[in-house]
Design a protein around this ligand. Structure first.
Ligand SMILES: Cc1cc2nc3c(=O)[nH]c(=O)nc-3n(C[C@H](O)[C@H](O)[C@H](O)COP(=O)(O)OP(=O)(O)OC[C@H]3O[C@@H](n4cnc5c(N)ncnc54)[C@H](O)[C@@H]3O)c2cc1C
Length: 514
């Protein structure tokens, strides 16, 4: 389904500066901003961007929401497993935090993870109040799923494995209804405006929008890798925009590989079979039919076990047995596989790992603030440090809502824009990766890396590929999602140390975050 945009989205009310390059002021400047028509620009209409926009609008703010791709091409829309929140009687934010810390392998920034775990139940309640209907059990109580790395059932779903789709349909309908939100869909932000303080964006159609602050909710970077579960637009464009505006990036070497993406079923290559399926009892088997891994371990451990087995055997896939699972629990997954001619109720599904989630991103604080005034980052493009070296399953949707909410409130305290803004650069700041770059990422910065491949990748033409290589080279240890074949042990001296790349640097410093 594409996100149909009503005619009102097309009006010009969101503009506060000249719309055509020919109208830029002399000497690379634009005229002073008198009365900014937007309080906030939000870049991206996935879970984080939609929720941030609605939060700000409900505070009475005027919001311009810019989105490059249709709703159905966001990672949020594709989310299957659900969102994690401590809602059960035998659960608590402290237990949720414990599991998040364990999965993050000594690199979780504890205050950020604590915020997530404490506030996720309230944001879940917000979603229910907005009209999202989460799945109930046969007694009418909220059905809570178990996923790898969670010690307690705490993952809520909507429509079985259609969680992202259900939530985004509701949020986008609310955005359409909200008069204070102007949606510019089908437009890509090509530069952030400002000098030392960000107060606007320039779009690829020449349009410019100014505001008190810009919230980047532009998604992750997992599609930089050739084998991925992500939509093609998730190649980290927001990270490059932020870097060009002077922001710090962090933890780029940490990219999670999902263990069970479909292999060799035509039309479904890379399609993700949710972790929740294993939580409900699906098992993994080698070509001889033997089980070889504890399926409920955190996903980096499961993914690496599969990767190593495949490297040893030369096989293309292992096999996920979901024949004992009720197909009604995962209607999306079952329907997608059946459409492709594969019935998971009777046959094991060939699967192998694929790049799935970027833990790293734009350094941001507990309110989504980047290191540049006026610029915020939330959702997968942000790095608060809450996931550490490995995201706990279903924490990312919760993160979108918790930090989307916080950032929207904080951003409204920024001063109104004034003075002149530098004209946006002509250069393309966010080039899409070529096929060669994506293959090089898979080969040289995949599930197991070593210095030789990373040095080669460091020469790649794509700027983000080079930064991932530099970050992975700097971390001479294995930890969570980052496995160095040449440094297989975890270095305790690097506990809590994040790889931080300053905007004017090509290589990271390993910095302790508190
Ligand atoms: C197949 C799949 C299943 C998943 N399942 C789960 C799950 O069950 N639970 C969970 O917690 N997480 C899950 N995840 C991860 C989770 O979905 C994402 O981390 C999360 O949805 C990211 O949301 P977001 O709002 O940050 O970005 P996205 O949803 O990716 O949205 C990014 C938006 O930014 C826009 N954009 C990007 N660049 C620009 C630009 N330059 N200008 C304008 N717009 C731009 C895009 O068009 C898009 O609208 C899954 C991910 C995938 C791929």
């Amino acid at each position: 389904m594409s996100w149909a945009s009503p005619a009102s989205w097309r009006n010009q009310g969101g503009l506060c500066l000249p719309t055509k390059p020919a109208e830029w002021g002399t000497a690379g400047t634009v005229p002073a901003v008198q009365e900014p028509p937007s309080d906030l620009v939000v870049v991206g209409a996935g879970a984080a961007g939609l929720f941030a926009s609605l939060t700000a609008a409900r505070q009475g703010a005027r919001v311009t929401l810019v989105s490059a791709r249709p709703l159905a091409e966001t990672a949020s829309y594709w989310a299957q497993g659900g969102l994690a929140a401590a809602l059960a009687e035998d659960d608590s934010p402290a237990l949720h935090l414990r599991d998040t810390l364990t999965a993050g392998r000594g690199l979780v920034r504890r205050p950020a993870a604590a915020v997530l775990c404490e506030e996720a139940p309230a944001r879940f309640a917000d979603l229910e109040a907005l009209g999202v209907r989460f799945d109930a059990d046969r007694h009418g109580d909220l059905a809570l799923g178990l996923e790898g790395g969670h010690g307690v059932r705490r993952v809520v779903h909507a429509g079985g494995s259609a969680t992202g789709r259900r939530i985004l349909r509701q949020l986008s309908a609310d955005v359409v209804e909200q008069e204070r939100i102007e949606v510019l869909d089908g437009r890509r932000v090509r530069a952030l405006l400002g000098d030392g303080r960000v107060h606007g964006v320039a779009c690829d159609d020449g349009r410019v929008v100014c505001a008190r602050a810009v919230i980047l909710a532009s998604g992750g970077a997992a599609a930089l890798w050739s084998r991925t579960t992500n939509p093609p637009g998730s190649y980290g464009s927001g990270l490059l925009l932020a870097r060009a505006a002077g922001a710090e990036l962090a933890d780029l070497e940490f990219v999670q590989f999902h263990p069970t993406a479909v292999v060799g079923i035509p039309g479904r290559e890379g399609f993700l079979v949710s972790e929740a399926v294993r939580g409900e009892g699906a098992t993994l088997h080698d070509a001889a039919g033997e089980r070889f891994v504890d399926e409920l371990q955190p996903r980096d451990a499961v993914a690496r076990a599969i990767h190593r087995l495949l490297a040893q055997t030369g096989e293309a896939s292992v096999f996920l047995d979901m024949t004992a699972i009720d197909p009604a629990r995962f209607p999306n997954v079952v329907a997608a596989l059946r459409e492709a001619g594969h019935d998971p109720a009777t046959r094991r599904v060939p699967v192998s790992p694929a790049s799935h989630y970027a833990m790293g991103g734009i350094t941001s604080d507990l309110h989504g603030r980047s290191t540049v005034p006026g610029l915020y980052a939330v959702g997968e493009c942000a790095c608060t440090g809450l996931h550490g070296a490995n995201r706990l399953a279903s924490n990312s949707l919760s993160e979108c809502f918790v930090f989307g909410h916080r950032a929207a409130l904080a951003a409204l305290d920024e001063p109104a824009p004034g003075g002149t803004a530098a004209a946006p650069p002509d250069a393309d700041l966010t080039p899409a990766p070529s096929r060669e770059t994506r293959e090089a990422m898979w080969r040289d910065a995949g599930l197991e890396r070593s210095a030789g491949g990373l040095h080669r990748l460091h020469e790649d033409p794509h700027p983000l590929a080079r930064l991932v290589a530099a970050s992975a080279l700097a971390r001479e240890e294995s930890r969570g999602a980052h496995a160095r074949a040449d440094f297989p042990a975890t270095d305790p001296d690097l506990d809590g140390r994040h790889s931080v790349v300053a905007a004017d640097a090509a290589t990271p410093d390993l910095v302790k975050w508190t």
